[in-house]
Design a protein around this ligand. Structure first.
Ligand SMILES: Cc1cc2nc3c(=O)[nH]c(=O)nc-3n(C[C@H](O)[C@H](O)[C@H](O)COP(=O)(O)O)c2cc1C
Ligand code: SF4
Length: 677
């Protein structure tokens, strides 16, 4: 094969089997700060899928005064070595190389998370995103942290990993480099030589400890793209100095700063941003440093990745979220099945959920659940079943995909003339159209496995029974919930009406969002861009609390561009007509205010009400009376409820047909029930 992506690459004594890598990212899968089985299986899956190099442990921390910000690996714990070794052995066994990113987060964390040590930084400049007021480091802090880096590096080497990447953007080393965060007037501040002193001390200490043979590289910012920060010239100079020091073996290029959510969303661009925005820049750094160069930023498809290598811009191409969506990219390329790669649609659910949660892919429920959920659905060894699925939204399509991949005969009913359900509603906003990939990939898989798709069919119980099914999956979704209003339900427009174009837009609109997730924001952006004068009102104390850190900036940019008013803490009670206007009455949760607002259109977003008629019609006829055995479900055993032995089929209800949730909930419902039939 002469595919540029599949050519091996040599770095010192290492040979990567191809040019595909997953760059460092902390999925928050650690347990007690250690990369235990879940972490290992997650990376081993990528190795099984053929990746060349996986960089584990995004921002693994070297010292207790760099407490976890998002589940980071604690490299200062001695017991980490054994877990690293198990992980490295597993990944190596499947033919991939494995390294780890190490860091001291400096000011990019919180003092109240773990040991209540003060957060450190070169100077007392607060980071907006993590909000700690840091202590300016003293000489003894610097000595301690430099030693901690070296100790951590030694543990990594003892753990059998192939190398280390030092995180140098937005974290402590870059906080010393950057004029935005280093206001010191001692030997560590002022001119660039001084600002680079701390980083060089760290690098030398690491080299002294791991020796010259071990691979050590830097993921560094070569342009902070920020008036207060490192310019492109200064960043390039830093990269060149690191290269000529002989202390590092590779560069992994970053462009941008990460001290605010808005800035981070440019470094890790989400759906709607252009493809590979910093690739040319990374190529320039490769030319300037002549070091092996890695880079990742929205290189999601194989063609762009191939171009990055073929054009000589990169030596290793990072497809990080792409591997979260599908860890088997290399294998599918090798097998000529590129079209079957599950696409990363840039939804950013993965990164948005690491604070206080875990990285989950919006449409791959097996990611991070490798112990129980399959990335590759294998054919059943049992009897071939007849499976009827009702509803071709993400949940229904997932149920049909999995059942058909198991080798069962599947009929999928859909009332509309095409598949997609609520995904089609979201795609009404052009910026988010990429979300359709969730539907298109599943449809293609269903077609490949012979699912019989019956569109324009509003299935009744009789239609389902006529198929004499063994299993019925009701994935009928929901409809917009307006029933919470005490009066005026008939006067309001829903976010769906707006996004599907079924309602004409008013010119002065009030959007009431009491869902707090993407649907309200998506409708809001749509209306703002369409030129409406818009006020968004929420009963919450922040707007859209369920929209994560790298996703909300795109909405807020649109709101700023179009002068949208945001109002907090008001709960919509009722709507009434007043001439040709509508009047909304709000109350607050504190019993202090009743507020009336007038508009020519009032749009509400309050989640969905389940469309569950069909389910309840089928329930008495089913063998399990619709029941899901949660104990079996959670211990990964097949469903075997038979409360009604006369019933001819098993019946499950999934996704929003159960309750208003999200795409991940729907596809996870489907995968975990259907994978065992
Ligand atoms: C869940 C998640 C966590 C991340 N954490 C880190 C991190 O700790 N350190 C780091 O350098 N980059 C981190 N990243 C950024 C990725 O390494 C990568 O640069 C980014 O996802 C853009 O590449 P992609 O478009 O191929 O996904 C993270 C990304 C994700 C999705
Ligand atoms: S959640 Fe979205 S951005 Fe993250 S891997 Fe999945 S599809 Fe890609």
């Amino acid at each position: 094969m002469n595919d540029p992506l599949l050519q091996p690459f040599s770095l010192k004594h290492l040979t990567f089997r191809n040019r595909l890598m997953s760059t460092a990212h902390e999925p928050a899968y650690t347990e007690d700060g250690l990369p235990k089985d879940r972490y290992r299986l997650y990376h081993a899956e990528k190795a099984k899928g053929g990746i060349g190099l996986t960089m584990i442990g995004g921002s693994s921390v070297v010292a207790p005064d760099s407490p976890q910000a998002f589940g980071n690996i604690l490299l200062y714990k001695e017991e980490v070595v054994g877990w690293l070794r198990e992980l490295a052995d597993d990944v190596h066994e499947h033919g991939a190389a494995v390294m780890i990113q190490i860091t001291h987060l400096g000011r990019r964390t919180s003092w109240s998370k773990a040991d209540w040590l003060p957060v450190l930084a070169p100077s007392g400049v607060r980071e907006q995103a993590h909000r700690a007021f840091p202590k300016a480091m003293e000489d003894w802090d610097i000595r301690r942290v430099v030693a901690a880096y070296a100790d951590a590096a030694e543990r990594v080497k003892a753990g059998g990993l192939d190398g280390i990447e030092i995180e140098c953007y937005g974290h402590l080393i870059d906080q010393f480099w950057s004029p935005a965060t280093n206001l010191r007037d001692d030997d560590y501040g002022g001119v660039l030589d001084n600002r680079m002193r701390f980083g060089f001390e760290v690098l030398r200490a690491i080299r002294d400890r791991v020796g010259s043979d071990f691979v050590v590289g830097a993921r560094l910012v070569c342009d902070e793209d920020w008036d207060k920060g490192l310019s492109r010239d200064a960043g390039t100079l830093i990269a060149q100095r690191l290269a000529s020091s002989g202390l590092i073996d590779f560069v992994n290029v970053i462009r941008g700063h990460i001290d605010t959510d808005a800035a981070l969303s440019e470094v890790i661009p989400a759906m709607g941003s252009r493809s590979a925005p910093h690739l040319d820049f990374a190529g320039d750094i490769r030319t300037a440093t002549r070091l092996p160069t890695f880079h990742a930023a929205r290189i999601q498809d194989v063609a762009t990745a191939r171009h990055a290598i073929e054009s000589g811009k990169l030596d290793m191409v990072g497809m990080t979220r792409a591997h979260m969506a599908d860890p088997h990219i290399a294998r599918k390329i090798i097998e000529g099945r590129e079209a079957e790669i599950r696409p990363c649609v840039g939804m950013a659910y993965c990164i948005d959920s690491i604070y206080g949660g875990q990285a989950l892919c919006i449409h791959n429920a097996a990611t991070g659940r490798e112990a129980t959920m399959p990335h590759i659905v294998t054919p059943s060894t049992g009897p071939r079943r007849k499976v009827v699925v009702i509803g071709a939204g993400p949940g229904g399509l997932e149920a049909a995909r999995v059942a058909s991949a198991r080798g069962h005969e599947v009929v999928l009913f859909e009332a509309a003339d095409k598949a997609g359900g609520q995904v089609l509603v979201t795609a009404g906003l052009k910026r988010r159209r990429e979300i359709l990939g969730i539907v298109d990939w599943r449809l293609a898989q269903c077609e490949r496995h012979g699912v019989e798709l019956r569109f324009n069919t509003y299935a009744e119980a009789a239609d389902v029974l006529a198929e004499t099914p063994d299993v019925v999956v009701v994935a009928t979704g929901g409809i917009p919930n307006t029933g919470f209003l005490s009066a005026g339900e008939d006067l309001v427009t829903t976010s769906w009406d707006i996004l599907t174009g079924s309602a004409r837009l008013g010119s002065q609109i009030l959007l009431y969002d009491d869902n707090g997730a993407h649907p309200g924001m998506t409708a809001g952006e749509f209306m703002a861009r369409a030129g409406a004068s818009l006020e968004i009102v929420t009963p919450e104390r922040i707007v859209a609390p369920d929209v994560g850190g790298t996703s909300y900036p795109a909405y807020f940019r649109a709101f700023a561009d179009h002068d949208v008013t945001l109002t907090l803490n008001l709960r919509l009670d009722s709507v009434r007509r007043d001439g040709n206007r509508l009047v909304a009455t709000f109350i607050d949760d504190y019993g202090r205010r009743t507020v009336e607002k007038s508009a020519d259109q009032i749009v509400v977003e309050h989640g969905t009400v389940p469309l569950d008629e069909l389910y309840f019609a089928l329930k008495p006829l089913s063998r399990n009376l619709g029941e899901v055995d949660h104990t079996a479900l959670l211990s990964d055993r097949p469903q075997d409820v038979a409360t009604n032995p006369e019933g001819a089929f098993k019946l499950w209800r999934i996704g929003d047909a159960v309750a208003s949730r999200n795409i991940h909930a729907a596809v996870y419902d489907a995968l975990r029930l259907v994978k065992d039939i």
